[in-house]
Design a protein around this ligand. Structure first.
Ligand code: FES
Length: 306
């Protein structure tokens, strides 16, 4: 058996050597080269397929369609919610779409209400100041890229299915898709957001007692929803390929640094389920906003567990 060398040459494989232990390697090599020279070259004509043409008989289009509906639905809802500038807090809870509130009317605001310098022509919402960071983090995620390239502009559409641009696919080595390489910087920002959202969970444990006017510790349904959201977001973020590389990927022998090795192992374990956590965290972050919004509008009631 021959195997291909790095430069495309055939080299004798282990079986050749085992079959002819008495022969010199040079002789086996010579036979191999001669055998290749005797091979007849069969020209194969490449015929580009039309868009969507395929011999596949499975329902290959279902997954891109579902991804299109889910991601499209999320983008529409998140955009609508971000422009509302209302119903983003309820009691101690704050919607993750609006966290942190840098400027705003809520008591969660870090620097007070909308600043006077805000251009009158621009709509104002605290969410618009912060959503670009988690939004672009997801937009540039390696998993989502693969998914929305297929679902939103079909390029590439699926294995063995004709593409809209024939053979001129240029991938991410060229503008504008080469800009996706900024992902690692959004990953660092996403880690900061994990701390902020964890702090929101802590704040979500302090309820005002209407009888005394004092705040007291407690756990409500909203606290649990916000906490689960942080767990899922952490599972998604810490399994990011860029974070995985940050914690251990640049070492030649990561096993020689026990702490890095442990972090790399944890990140790799989360990375194995990156697609799953990408969707679970997407649903949970939207659900948190829905919950806070509906409670604030009086449509849903929070439940105090204790
Ligand atoms: Fe998906 Fe970084 S690769 S979040």
């Amino acid at each position: 058996m021959c195997i291909g060398g790095r430069d495309g040459r055939l080299i004798p494989g282990r079986t050749d050597l085992e079959r002819h232990p008495d022969r010199h390697l040079k002789d086996i090599w010579k036979d191999t080269v001669e055998a290749r020279e005797r091979m007849e070259a069969v020209p194969i004509k490449f015929v580009p397929r039309g868009y969507g043409d395929t011999y596949r008989r499975d329902a290959w289009w279902v997954e891109p369609l579902v991804v299109f509906l889910v991601l499209g639905g999320f983008v529409v809802y998140a955009t609508w919610a971000a422009f509302q500038n209302a119903h983003y807090t309820y009691g101690p809870y704050l919607s993750p779409f609006y966290s942190p509130v840098i400027f705003g009317e809520s008591h969660h605001a870090w620097f007070g209400p909308k600043p006077a310098w805000w251009p009158a022509l621009l709509p104002f919402s605290p969410a618009l100041l912060i959503l670009p960071f988690p939004g672009l983090f997801r937009f540039t995620c390696y998993y989502y890229r693969g998914a929305y390239y297929k679902s939103f502009w079909s390029d590439p559409i699926a294995c063995s299915v004709g593409e809209p641009r024939g053979t001129r696919y240029r991938g991410e080595r060229w503008f504008p898709l080469v800009l996706q390489n900024v992902h690692r910087y959004f990953a660092y920002a996403a880690v900061v957001f994990l701390f902020i959202l964890s702090y929101d969970v802590w704040l979500g444990m302090w309820f005002e007692n209407p009888a005394t006017g004092r705040t007291e510790f407690g756990i409500g349904l909203g606290t649990l929803i916000l906490a689960v959201n942080v767990v899922l977001l952490s599972s998604y973020t810490l399994g990011c390929h860029s974070i995985r590389h940050l914690v251990g990927g640049h070492k030649d022998e990561v096993s020689k640094s026990p702490i890095k090795d442990a972090c790399y192992g944890c990140s790799s374990a989360l990375n194995n389920r990156h697609q799953l956590f990408a969707y679970m965290s997407l649903f949970s972050v939207a659900f948190c906003d829905v919950f806070v919004r509906l409670c604030s509008m009086g449509i849903w009631s929070d439940v105090r567990i204790f």
